[in-house]
Design a protein around this ligand. Structure first.
Ligand code: ZN
Length: 306
């Protein structure tokens, strides 16, 4: 079984130029929740003046009807973001309905320059802040995922030493993160590097690969990670999401391309590919322009077996 966390509603919508209406977001999140996906990153608690695309995150969470078996993740940038998230969760009142989210995603970069440009902190400052946030989140019964950006290469600094990435990951695990995701944020990774990275990475946590298809190597990197034993991935339906660096580049690998490849290889994901394609098709019509996903264009493989 391979686990896939759909990150399109957060990582994708955040990086699309258009502002998608709350109604459309709620409808798309509800459709995704019925594809068989078990992990869904719905939104983030960042400041609305920084990321206006996700300013309605709390409303989307409140309105979307997501099946209980789907674990909902929200991205938390810092302690104030956690305060806001907890306030919303409590505002629903105990016992009235399920918690609006079960997991939080906390992030930092593996290079000093990227971390400074992104969150204006040193790596050490980020880590000590995250240690506090993780402790509080765990105290509230939330599962914590630590995400390390530019883990395979940095557009500002170039090489990112593997030892540094692993030592950051170790700090996050010691702080209480049960899952660590390694992000190839600007698509610099290659399959040989990915295989070596995950063969060497030995951490007492679930290891997740978050690849971008910036240079068309996303699925090749997935295969390399699979060979090295990784069974958890993150992706975006419709290949949603760009990236500010390099300008105009594409973002995450497409969930439907990933699911199609895994199913064709004999891996189970629990996801209904046709339903996932319906979500990608729907978001394409909401955005009103063709998206980069291959399986959305070509359709699933048809072996004519029945
Ligand atoms: Zn991404």
């Amino acid at each position: 079984m391979v686990s896939i966390r759909e990150v399109g509603p957060r990582d994708g919508f955040q990086n699309e130029p258009e502002v998608i209406s709350t109604d459309d977001k709620v409808r798309l999140v509800e459709m995704l929740g019925r594809t068989g996906l078990r992990r869904l990153e719905v939104t983030s608690f960042v400041r609305p003046d920084v990321i206006p695309q996700l300013a309605d995150g709390a409303e989307v969470l409140r309105r979307a009807d997501i099946p209980d078996e789907v674990s909902v993740t929200v991205l938390i940038p810092n302690e104030r973001g956690l305060d806001n998230a907890l306030r919303l969760r409590e505002a629903e009142g105990p016992g009235e309905r399920r918690d609006l989210f079960q997991e939080v995603n906390l992030f930092l970069s593996a290079s000093e320059t990227h971390n400074r440009k992104n969150i204006n902190r040193s790596i050490e400052e980020s880590l000590s802040g995250l240690e506090r946030v993780v402790a509080r989140a765990r105290g509230e019964g939330l599962r914590c995922e630590g995400v390390i950006s530019v883990a395979f290469g940095c557009p500002y600094e170039g090489d990112v030493p593997r030892e540094r990435v692993i030592s950051i990951a170790r700090r996050l695990v010691e702080a209480g993160c049960e899952e660590i995701a390694f992000g190839d944020t600007t698509g610099m990774a290659n399959p040989a590097q990915v295989r070596e990275f995950f063969e060497e990475a030995d951490l007492p946590a679930e290891l997740t690969a978050h690849f971008h298809n910036t240079r068309g190597q996303g699925l090749a990197n997935v295969l390399a990670a699979l060979d090295a034993g990784v069974r958890s991935f993150e992706s975006s339906f419709g290949e949603l999401g760009g990236c500010p660096v390099p300008k105009g580049a594409t973002g995450n690998i497409a969930s439907e391309d990933l699911v199609s490849m895994l199913h064709e290889m004999g891996y189970e994901t629990g996801i209904d590919l046709e339903r996932l394609l319906a979500c990608a098709c729907e978001v394409q019509s909401v955005l009103g322009r063709p998206l980069g996903s291959h399986v959305l264009t070509a359709g699933p493989v048809d072996w004519r077996r029945d």
